[in-house]
Design a protein. Structure first.
Length: 335
């Protein structure tokens, strides 16, 4: 039987330098997802500090990938392009205009997708109840416990109710989606992580499938898609396989990662030791018609690893490739 499923095994990469792209190709990946920003990192040198990207800025990224034999599948919209929009502050419409300019540039440069998120409380670590935790064999993993969330509000954010967060989000997202639809660009929005309804007084409206479904009802355009962060959905405590089927047509990008536990307490673990049956999940992605990028995410760091977790990510990518191959074999497909 001929090959009928060929998902784009890839990874999030923090830069597109030759060594990073060589690492990706050496692991057999022909696709890259550029996710440079952690927390307001001044555009990570792309665009020279402007609050937007031009076609030439993005074309340089595309060229760097092509020279390494890699296709650039997606770029992450930097959070520092729209801090006023995140806070509903004066000047947000100017930021939104620049974001739409960036959308047009990404599409014109030939990148098919842009990932984004809308959390004024975007943090990875102790400010949101996440701490380092020893994993298997002493690997450095991360864990969340609601008891670890600081009691006081964020100094520079304050309390934000659900209605206010919906207003801010839709004010930003409506022109964003319209620009992407006109430009032929696919958008992929990441849900809140950790997926708690309120974080230190800030409503997290994308912490459940219901919030995500409402968002797609509000903005039903084809351009409006979802980053299906498998770990985040598992943390929600929902049936991940059922949610893959429910969101199937909207899924643009998958973070194939594993956790044990669920809110209010969970731990990120290696891809082969989570609570979820990952073969069942892969079958669900295939049944939903998803053949876009699969990436590892939040992979525990092993001894001697880099800050970006190259060794841990390599383990995840090897598991992913083997799992997809095994699934093809079970279905009688050829490579």
């Amino acid at each position: 039987m001929a090959l009928t499923w060929d998902p784009k095994l890839s990874d999030n990469v923090h830069d597109l330098e030759p060594m990073t792209l060589a690492w990706l190709r050496q692991l057999g990946c022909r696709h890259a997802v550029f996710q440079p920003s952690a927390r307001l990192q001044k555009h990570d040198r792309v665009g020279g500090g402007k609050p937007y990207w031009t076609t030439d800025d993005v074309a340089a990224l595309v060229k760097a990938c092509a020279e390494a034999g890699v296709t650039l599948e997606s770029v992450m919209l930097p959070l520092d392009f729209y801090p006023r929009a995140l806070r509903g502050a004066h000047g947000r419409d100017e930021e939104i205009a620049n974001v739409c300019r960036t959308v047009e540039a990404v599409a014109a440069a030939g990148v098919p997708m842009m990932e984004w998120r809308f959390w004024p409380d975007f943090f990875f670590d102790e400010p949101v109840g996440v701490r380092p935790m020893p994993g298997r064999g002493g690997a450095v993993a991360r864990a969340f416990d609601a008891r670890w969330i600081p009691a006081e509000p964020f100094d520079d954010i304050g309390a934000v109710g659900a209605d206010e967060m919906w207003e801010r989000t839709l004010h930003f997202a409506r022109p964003l989606v319209e620009a992407a639809q006109s430009a032929g660009l696919r958008l992929s929005m990441h849900p809140n992580d950790p997926p708690v309804p309120v974080m230190r007084g800030v409503a997290r409206i994308f912490s459940s499938p219901d919030g995500l479904r409402r968002f797609h009802r509000e903005l039903p355009a084809e351009a409006n898609g979802l980053t299906f962060c498998q770990g985040t959905f598992a943390e929600m405590g929902v049936d991940v396989v059922e949610q893959v089927a429910a969101f199937g047509p909207r899924i643009r990008l998958v973070h194939l990662r594993a956790v044990t536990g669920r809110v209010p307490a969970y731990q990120e673990v290696f891809i082969d030791e989570g609570d979820l049956d990952l073969f069942a999940a892969l079958r669900a992605y295939r049944a939903a018609g998803f053949d876009g990028p699969f990436v590892s995410d939040h992979t525990p760091g092993v001894t001697g690893d880099t800050r970006w977790g190259h060794t841990g990510r390599a383990f995840s990518l090897g598991w992913m490739r083997s799992a997809v191959t095994a699934l093809r074999h079970d279905e009688g497909e050829t490579r």
